[in-house]
Design a protein around this ligand. Sequence first.
Ligand code: KIV
Length: 324
Amino acid sequence: MSTPPQGKLALPKLAEMKARGEKIVMVTAYDAPGARFAEDSGVDVVLVGDTAAMVVLGYEGTTVPVTMDEMLFLTRTVVRAARRPLVIGDMPFGSYQVSDEAAVENAIRFFKEAGADAVKLEGAGPSLSRVRAIVQAGIPVMGHVGLTPQSATMLGGFKTQGKTAKAAVQLVEDALALEEAGCFAVVLEAVPAPVAAEITQRLTVPTIGIGAGPECDGQVLVYHDLLGLTEGHLPRFVKRYASLSREIRDALENYAEEVRSGAFPEEQHSYEMPAEELELFESSIHSPSTSRQSAQATKTSSTPAKTHSPAPRSEPPLRKTSSP
Ligand code: KIV
């Protein structure tokens, strides 16, 4: 396996954090600004989730349609900006269900082409041999049980899992089997808190909860949900830490209003030119010969009009960094 770049959180640190009782912070991201914000906020793990289907690509209520190529594109953008956090590429539906070989090939694409530090896949049962095969290829795998959105139809929708004693026992067994298969961590989604606590206690690798109560070793939320960019219904487990969609709507409405009224742009947003150049420009453009030549140039549009415009000057670029 290649050596992680300097400053990158080493994978074994997650297990050490669990042992110390130090909570692991994970968030999803889908682009470079999101990854940079996560990095600057000290987030430990960034998941390029297949929730991208819903929060970025505009599919409603399903993660299934997002493709490998789309996930690789998004993962690359996150990898460029997230230096310290571990970046996990979420394997989309269809990329690991067919066979162990296909799963390994696609995991390698995340690792090699997109630069992800690890991959995540959903489920236990048939996913266990996929986990073993990918880990054997040298790629770390994060498991995911409970509500697994790729199989939401089979689960009867986006519902809490493990609510009966039998289903809860099955969840414990699935999580243990994922650890046994080689997962370095397991996401528990929409699982009753006592069941997640039991799993967390039994596993030596960290559990990362989303709607799984406070006893998990870490927590994950979807970026757009926690920032209030998602509109409409949100699951009960989401806590909104900001209301960015309101702010964005207000800002865009304000901008549109100011463009229409002429209030924007103001003098401070416009460029000047030296007074003598402006004078020369105005006399050039208004001289009869220039007007004739301009008219001629417009007619033929093949030969550029010769004017008395001053020699070209080298100007600084308009947008080098963030502002000119
Ligand atoms: O795709 C995703 O964002 C996820 C998280 C909800 C864990 O799998």
